[in-house]
Design a protein around this ligand. Structure first.
Ligand code: HEM
Length: 233
């Protein structure tokens, strides 16, 4: 079924400045983590980090993948939210399309490289963390592929839905650190251990992306209901 696309005759709402400011602030807040990830990723790709980093043990080829995922992940953390800025979409659609292709490709690389590391080496937190992070990577890849697919098909309502999911997933790695920061500031790190195996750590491996995705689905559902009601009125 074709997706509803605003017709040329439909009155267009002027882009909201508040949304642009909020998205720019989000990207700015995530920038220090993105910088850390980019620097670690670049360092790992360009020099030997063993024993400084546990991601670079001698003779492990898949290290390149985990460092690559940090660099590409850094880029999507900042770029994906900016794709939602209404003014850019309205005034520079070619830039939105180009940046969109870049975000999709980098998301696929981030997911594939992270999954390669999990497949070869697992994670510090053990099987539970490995399964959760693998699901996170699979969802990121799915959201990127669907965002691209529906944009190519001109199905803009579906494109938007998947793009919103992609943005939530792209910033989720940053949210993981934010949630740890808040928890440690509030409790001093109760139920969390350096090997990430205590209760808080085990909740966190799911809680950095699933509740945020659920909130988004709730909001989309509410939006659809409101839209349906307005159409019937
Ligand atoms: C979205 C952007 C992402 C960024 C910016 C990012 C960044 C990072 C960074 C900086 C680390 C090193 C952690 C440390 O400081 O010790 C890391 C570790 C890791 N990331 Fe990501 N990541 C992202 C997405 C993903 C995705 C989608 C996956 C899943 C496929 C993933 C899987 C992993 C794994 C398995 C580790 C190693 C965990 C461990 O054993 O310590 N990451 N990531």
């Amino acid at each position: 079924m074709p997706s509803p696309v605003p017709s040329a005759a439909a009155p267009r709402r002027p882009p909201r400045r508040g949304a642009a400011i909020a998205l720019a602030l989000l990207a700015l807040m995530a920038a220090p983590f993105a910088r850390h990830a980019a620097e670690l990723g670049w360092a790992g790709l360009t020099r030997d980090l063993w024993p400084e980093s546990r991601f670079d043990p001698p003779g492990v080829a898949v290290s390149a993948a985990i460092f690559l995922h940090m660099a590409t992940g850094a880029a999507i953390t900042v770029l994906a939210p900016l794709q939602l800025v209404p003014q850019i979409r309205a005034r520079a659609p070619a830039l939105h399309r180009l940046a969109g292709r870049i975000v999709v490709c980098l998301s696929l690389v981030t997911a594939a490289a992270g999954l390669a590391w999990i497949g070869a080496r697992g994670t510090i937190g053990g099987p539970e963390m490995s399964v959760a992070f693998a699901l996170y990577g699979a969802l990121l890849a799915l959201a990127a592929a669907q965002t691209w697919r529906f944009a190519r098909a001109g199905a803009y309502a579906r494109h938007r839905t998947w793009a919103l999911r992609l943005v939530v997933l792209a910033i989720a790695s940053w949210l993981y650190r934010v949630q740890y920061g808040i928890w440690y500031a509030a409790t001093g790190g109760i139920a969390s251990t350096p090997d990430f195996t205590d209760v808080f750590d085990r909740v966190q491996v799911w809680a950095f992306f699933l509740p945020w995705l659920a909130l988004l689905e709730l909001w989309l559902w509410h939006e659809r209901r409101r839209g349906g009601r307005a159409a019937r009125a």
